[in-house]
Unconditional design. Structure first.
Length: 254
């Protein structure tokens, strides 16, 4: 199919249960990491349901994915359809999770982040809501493809907070967009072309909170996928493990 992957998730050292959920479907070329929000309000239900809603939605309109899988070229219109497909998948999940919360008092207020990558041919479509991240490793360099939907990130952009102060802020985990918080959510989407050997890392904030150490991401991306995922989780736990931790590595093999 053109990809290899390995994902690993862990409850961390502080939380009593794991509200992260992830999925890797090499057949579809679909990779998802969700980080449930809500604690008592069933964040783990929100994250798992969102994963399942997104997969079902994408499976329901997989024509362009099939064309790419059989060697067909994706023109600009097909790329736009793939972007719209992921945006629609996440927005549909948002509506469904919100409705579940409205119907069941025990689930009211549950929501989740969602970071999604769809690899069709050599085109990767990345869509996200919240602060779960996607990183790209290309030609020995790593770059963050997603932009955190957090209160402190808004303040950084407005110039009212420095990145250094944001790391210490008690508001750093407050997200400004979530799947299920309301009926509708705005989804950010970007597309890029992959070359063989490129790698992607989808992760929850329980991991990326600990990725600042110089050379760490380069070391993880240079390793094979399974040890990289396990090392990433181990690193987060050694440094505090304050949240659930999920690392999903994907390699584009061409």
């Amino acid at each position: 199919m053109g990809t290899r992957h390995y994902g690993y998730t862990d409850v961390g050292r502080v939380r009593s249960r794991n509200e992260d959920a992830f999925l890797a479907d090499a057949q579809l070329g679909l990779f998802i990491v969700c980080d449930g929000v809500g604690g008592r309000a069933r964040g783990e239900i929100a994250s798992q349901e969102t994963v399942e809603f997104i997969v079902d939605f994408v499976k329901g309109d997989a024509t362009d994915i099939e064309i790419a899988r059989h060697g067909g070229e994706l023109d600009q219109a097909a790329r736009q359809r793939l972007a719209a497909l992921l945006r629609g998948a996440i927005q549909s999940a948002c509506y469904m999770v919100h409705t579940m919360g409205e119907m069941d008092p025990d689930r009211r207020g549950m929501s989740t982040t969602a970071s999604v990558v769809l690899v069709a041919g050599h085109v990767a479509t990345v869509a996200w809501v919240g602060d779960s991240r996607v990183y790209l490793w290309h030609a020995g360099e790593h770059v963050q493809l997603t932009d955190d939907h957090t209160l402190v990130n808004v303040q950084i952009r407005q110039g009212t907070m420095t990145p250094e102060a944001a790391k210490l802020s008690h508001l750093k985990h407050v997200i400004t967009r979530a799947v299920g918080h309301r009926e509708f959510v705005e989804v950010d989407v970007r597309q890029l072309e992959l070359t063989p050997g490129d790698k992607l890392l989808l992760c929850s904030d329980g991991l990326h909170e600990y990725l600042d150490e110089p050379g760490l991401l380069a070391r993880l991306f240079s390793a094979d996928l399974a040890p990289a995922a396990r090392d990433a989780v181990r690193h987060a736990n050694i440094n505090g493990g304050r949240d659930n931790i999920t690392a999903l590595f994907v390699e584009y093999t061409g």
